[in-house]
Design a protein around this ligand. Structure first.
Ligand code: HSE
Length: 440
């Protein structure tokens, strides 16, 4: 770190020169001067490491700062902050731990790494008194980490709802607006470059789960394990359920739900029916949104691009500025997880309560509906609405039920009993209804 008049220079090393890496370089090139004027800190990108130095990234960099040797950056005394944009949890983990070990601050966008190895990383950072910035790991350009750590620091967090995967939201929006199948919408997402060729991480909910566990850990003040998160994705979601949901006044979103009580936390990711007139339901296409409920602030909501070169680059450079200012001032930022806070117990999914949307292909014969209703009743589940369309004919017809609030384990037990009654054709479709803070 060098002093230049009022502005102090901070040396930056970037490991991983992919899409986001190029976005970081572009952000610094376009807005670096502006940032220096705003913060009093000049961020100087001194080294970039990547195994592939030949590909055109659409940004010009001095060839003298490029290297294939990422490890060399970890011991380079001219670097104060290492940006890890390698991805994955192998070499990326080594980069982060070694950088901290060598006294360097770290910035990462790697949600999988933080979700799986957060405790080791934050423990080492706290021991070394070094900051780790991870704004880009959740919801891309949306400054949700900073909102929770700074803007809402005076709050006890009660609930957080997130639409955290742009690929899934693109697919769901397509299905709803263009009445196409899941498979068709997924192909369009792949053609548009949103979904990976193997889209499992997105559509099976794991990418959202990684982000959810990061937000839940921040809300609790202590890192939670990935196994605390219940995960269900949107793979194979049927078009007909989108239509029924719409008729009932809901939209289907892949939702991260975090609920905190005095003694426990609930963290889950699954498709959910949310009120069609809610702000969250209006989040379309690849956009992300997070709604945070704090005991003082009430509900606040954040919206923006959750992925992409410049939106994610913008989040990375916000961490560089923040850490740069801390390093320049010599005042270390507070640790991400305060000492002495222990993680609350995680509520098991069976104990979670929700209202449910259930679709059964039911034998269209006298008395069947009555028997079904009786099963729900015997499991303490009260039905709020039942719908069978007159126009649907055949031996089995779709019947859509909406329940009042019920325990997950009771709902599963009722459906198991119904499944054994020989009155249904195929398994029930069941989705949770989230009223986003206005629970009935
Ligand atoms: N694949 C993610 C998405 C972005 O579609 O939102 C990176 O987490």
């Amino acid at each position: 770190m060098e002093r230049r008049g009022f502005v102090k220079e901070i040396g930056i090393g970037l490991i991983g020169f992919g899409t986001v890496g190029a976005g970081v370089v572009e952000c610094l090139q376009k807005n670096g001067e502006r940032m220096a004027a705003r913060t009093g800190v000049k961020l100087v990108l001194r080294k970039i490491a990547d195994v592939d130095l030949d590909r055109d990234r659409g940004v010009k960099v001095d060839p003298a700062i490029l290297t294939r040797d990422g490890n060399a950056l970890l011991t380079d005394p001219s670097l104060d902050i290492i940006i890890e944009l390698v991805g994955g949890t192998g070499f990326a983990k080594e980069v982060v731990l070694k950088a901290l070990q060598n006294g360097k601050a770290v910035v990462t966008a790697n949600k999988a790494l933080l979700a799986e190895h957060g405790p080791a990383i934050f423990q080492l950072a706290a021991k070394k008194g070094l900051p780790v910035g991870f704004e880009a790991s959740v919801a891309g350009a949306i400054p949700i980490i900073r909102a929770m750590r700074e803007g809402l620091v005076g709050n006890r967090f009660q609930r957080i709802y997130g639409i955290l995967n742009g690929t899934c939201n693109f697919i769901l929006t397509k299905m709803e607006k263009e009445q196409v199948t899941f498979e068709h919408a997924l192909k369009e997402a792949q053609a548009a470059g949103y979904a990976e060729a193997n889209p499992a991480l997105d559509i099976d909910g794991f990418d959202t789960a990684h982000k959810a566990v990061i937000l839940a850990s921040l809300a609790c003040g202590s890192p939670l394990p990935m196994k605390a998160v219940f995960v269900e994705g949107i793979r194979g979601l049927a078009k007909i359920d989108m239509e029924y949901a719409k008729g009932l006044g809901y939209r289907i979103k892949l939702l991260a739900v975090i609920k905190l009580a005095d003694d426990c936390v609930e963290v889950r990711v699954h498709p959910a029916l949310i009120p069609a007139d809610s702000l969250m339901a209006s989040v379309s296409g690849v956009f992300n949104a997070v709604m945070v409920d704090g005991d003082m602030a009430g509900q606040t909501m954040y919206y923006g691009r959750g992925a992409g070169r410049l939106p994610t680059g913008s989040a990375v450079v916000s961490d560089l500025a923040d850490i740069g200012m801390a390093l320049a001032s010599g005042v270390p930022p507070p640790p991400v997880f305060p000492a002495g806070v222990t993680a609350p117990a995680c509520r098991s999914m069976g104990e979670v309560t929700n209202r449910f949307y259930i679709r059964l292909a039911l034998l269209d014969q006298p008395g069947v509906l009555g028997r079904i209703a009786a099963v729900f009743g015997s499991h303490s589940i009260s039905l709020a609405s039942v719908m069978q369309k007159e126009t649907q004919t055949g031996r089995h017809v779709p019947v859509v039920l909406v329940t009042h609030r019920a325990k997950e384990s009771d709902c599963l037990a009722a459906l198991e009993e119904i499944g054994a009654m020989n009155v249904t054709n195929g398994p029930a479709v069941r989705m949770r209804i989230e009223d986003l803070g206005a629970e009935k």
